[in-house]
Design a protein around this ligand. Structure first.
Ligand code: G3P
Length: 218
């Protein structure tokens, strides 16, 4: 299971990277806006800053929704750094653009995926990653983890190489469930990753070790 962090916040990316378990970063227009990053040039500089922090794939999303616009933006993004993965929404022009990028060796992440059918089209177009949004399905009483399971099974059955990048992760248990479902990657908030560390028996056990040590060494 690869861990990506789902943020454009450089401090959080550095903190996650310093843990030594970070494999990449995903961003999207909302996460970039949340950091107050405005304008194409500032966005491009920010993506390069992220690439200089993390030695792993960094998803940068296009804004255009038309084929020509996606191609233009995607080629510009891909040229920024070898680790840039062009993030493209799962729409008709997006799938068409993913096919184009795939033929040119530009790696892609097909995003805003909510069904096995969408995931099938992303894989057939040659997407490097597919991003099923687990949390947003759960938010409407659908089953996001079940979608991950279905996509993993489908890709395995047909031998697709597209990696399942579970997105819209809300909490630590989602990560565990994505592992059990066989996702290749989970892109998570920092808190969800750090939540994996927490266990009361670890804390109480360490406290007891230190107390016993102190008894005979003070
Ligand atoms: O990368 C997609 C992810 O950021 C969406 O998460 O929490 O907005 O559903 P969320």
């Amino acid at each position: 299971m690869k861990f990506f962090i789902d943020t454009a916040n450089l401090d959080q990316i550095r903190e996650a990277n310093d843990l030594g378990v970070l494999d990449g970063v995903t961003t999207n227009p909302s996460l970039m806006a949340k950091e107050g990053i405005r304008g194409d040039e500032n966005c491009k500089k920010h993506y390069v800053e992220i690439c200089n922090i993390v030695d792993g794939d960094v998803s940068a999303e296009v804004i255009a929704t038309d084929y020509e616009g996606i191609i233009k933006e995607g080629e510009e993004l891909a040229a920024l750094h070898p680790n840039i993965v062009v993030k493209v929404p799962c729409i008709a022009d997006g799938i068409k653009a993913i096919k184009y990028f795939s033929k040119k060796g530009i790696r892609t992440n097909c995003t805003l995926v909510f069904s096995p059918g969408q995931a099938l089209l992303a894989a057939k177009a040659g997407a490097t990653y597919v991003s099923p949004f687990v949390g947003r399905l759960d938010d409407i009483c659908s089953d996001g983890i079940e979608l991950i399971e279905k996509i993993v099974d489908m890709y395995g059955y047909y031998g697709f190489n597209t990696q399942v990048l579970a997105a819209s992760i809300r909490h630590t248990q989602h990560i565990i469930q994505c592992i059990e479902a066989g996702a290749d990657v989970a892109t998570c908030p920092l808190a969800a990753i750090k939540g994996l560390l927490k266990h009361p028996l670890t804390d109480s056990g360490l406290a007891a070790f230190l107390a016993d040590h102190k008894k005979v060494n003070s």
